[in-house]
Design a protein around this ligand. Structure first.
Ligand code: NAD
Ligand code: GLY
Length: 374
């Protein structure tokens, strides 16, 4: 078992990582709340796979499962209202903890419900996707999507604990594993060249679900995210923004594909990071060979590295730029981009002209293999 602390004064908590963490869920929860009744929010898919194991681990607690539909559409006002009503009907108190068992959708929604019920109650993140284990369950960003866009309504609300049971990953489809891997290699690319090299050497074993490799990757990612969150909990001093490497390019690709299951968030981030590095090379900030090395790495492990592979049309550059203009990170000073000086040396650039981005995109969109026929 690996324990990673997230140091946030009175909001500090631990991320417990290992195979079989859920077996001790009861003891873990008893240390967080005196109430013996607990709601478990999950989705239909995860309920069928892992709810029984969590419930068994919570022996001694009365568990109340709240099972929602699987998928991004659940992260909206309708499910939020349903969830809040259920929690209030249970007469939860501020000192209760609700458990989020699932991927980022369930974690973000449940965390937000916990932030607003009675002006804030406790919650525990039990991430079941690789992406949720290494990113969304850590750091306290919670929220939902609205008609105007993704993650536009939310709150910073830290969990009381994160229990990442690596056994949950055994049922995770290969495509979701790869989406999660994008967020893992991101930590190497941001500021840790040694971890980047480790990722290159171990990605294939990680995607094949080698237990030791997964444990190291999840722990190292959580340590990296915990350090960034401890230094900049609310994204106010340019440190947490580094976690957005590849996200401005990737978000535009997600918008262009209608935020559909045709392009998962992690897949878009993978392509977006490759683009951020190729753009950095095109601007003379880093060696082209280094940027190409990352593109090749994604290709080697069977991940998309080019917008064309996601079905983005060669003439999409102006539309992608329009999506970027809507980006919620844009301020009156412009749109910040995370660029790189090398593999493991990323920085926030606030002075990137969108004309330069558009010229880069116009060329980048015609390169790479076309989307494989479904
Ligand atoms: P998800 O929650 O939709 O899960 C992906 C799919 O996998 C779902 O169909 C789910 O039912 C299924 N699933 C979950 N666990 C499984 C398991 N163990 N075995 C088999 N199937 C399983 O998606 P996600 O990729 O986990 O999260 C994406 C969401 O996270 C997005 O809404 C994104 O905005 C959010 N996010 C939030 C943060 C943050 O800091 N809060 C960071 C990154 C992403
Ligand atoms: N996933 C971005 C963040 O947590 O800040």
């Amino acid at each position: 078992m690996i324990d990673v602390p997230v140091q946030l004064n009175d909001r500090s908590y631990r991320i417990s990582i290992g195979a079989g963490v859920l077996a001790s869920a009861g003891d873990r929860l008893a240390a967080l709340t005196r109430n013996r009744r607990v709601a478990i929010v999950t989705d239909e898919t995860v309920a069928g796979l892992h709810l029984e194991r969590l419930t068994a681990g919570l022996a001694g607690f009365e568990t109340v499962p709240i099972v929602l539909a699987a998928g991004e559409a659940t992260k909206g006002f309708a499910a939020l209202e349903q969830l809040v009503d259920r929690l209030l009907a249970m007469e939860v108190t501020r000192s209760d903890a609700v458990i989020a068992l699932g991927g980022g959708v369930i974690g973000d929604l449940t965390g937000f419900a916990a932030a607003i019920v009675k002006r804030g109650m406790g919650f525990v993140q039990v991430p079941t996707t690789l992406l949720a284990m290494v990113d969304s369950s850590v750091g306290g960003k919670t929220g939902i999507n609205t008609k105007a866009g993704k993650n536009l309504v939310g709150a910073f609300h830290q969990p009381l604990a994160v229990w990442a049971d690596l056994d949950c990953l055994q049922s995770l489809p290969d495509r979701e594993m790869k989406a999660g891997y994008a967020e893992i290699v991101k930590y190497g690319l941001i500021s840790d060249p040694a971890f980047y090299e480790w990722c290159e050497a171990n990605a294939a074993r990680l995607l094949a679900k080698d237990a030791a490799v997964l444990a190291h990757a999840v722990a190292q990612s959580c340590r990296a995210k915990a350090a960034i969150v401890a230094a900049d909990e609310r994204e106010t001093n340019d440190i947490r923004a580094l976690l957005n490497l590849g996200h401005t390019f990737g978000h535009a690709l997600e918008a262009e594909t209608g935020f559909s299951s045709g392009l998962l968030h992690g897949e878009a981030v993978g392509i977006g990071m490759a683009q951020a590095l190729r753009f950095s090379a095109a601007r003379g900030l880093m060696a082209k060979a280094e940027a190409d090395r990352f593109t090749r790495h994604l290709e080697t492990v069977g991940m998309m590295a080019w917008p064309r592979q996601a079905g983005i049309a060669a003439d999409a550059a102006p539309r992608l730029i329009r999506h970027m203009r809507q980006d919620k990170k844009r301020t009156s000073d412009g749109l910040p981009f995370i660029l790189a000086r090398g593999l493991g040396d990323s920085f926030l650039a606030k002075d990137v002209p969108l004309e330069a981005v558009e010229a880069f995109l116009a060329a980048d969109l015609s390169v790479g293999p076309a989307r494989a026929a479904a």
